[in-house]
Design a binder for this molecule. Structure first.
Ligand code: SF4
Length: 99
């Protein structure tokens, strides 16, 4: 069952065959190993983007469209790190100032 608020991320492979993998939080080659070792058993797996990549369904706190198309995995990786750093920063600030 698709969780409430889950967004379908359509990750098209870039010219080097790479995609952003949410599970591993890194840019990876969408090769046989990635597909069998990770995607096959991944709860976020939502399809193979008609053979052009991988669809990953996960709850995204960013304000993005659904489906959300990703063609630049490196940029997508950076955007996701910004989000995580932002959350940690806020948590640190809250703890520090006792908010
Ligand atoms: S289905 Fe899971 S393992 Fe495969 S790319 Fe998406 S998040 Fe990563």
């Amino acid at each position: 069952m698709t969780p409430l608020g889950a967004i379908t991320h359509v990750n098209y492979s870039d010219p080097d065959g790479q995609i952003y993998c949410c599970l591993r939080n890194k840019v990876v080659k969408l090769d046989e190993e990635q597909q069998t070792r990770f995607c096959q058993g991944c709860k976020m797996f939502g399809g193979n983007a008609e053979g052009k990549g991988v669809e990953c369904v996960w709850e995204d706190m960013r304000s993005v469209s659904d489906p959300y198309v990703v063609t630049d995995p490196i940029l997508e990786f950076i955007k996701n790190q910004t989000r995580i750093v932002g959350v940690n920063y806020m948590t640190t600030m809250t703890a520090y100032f006792g908010g």
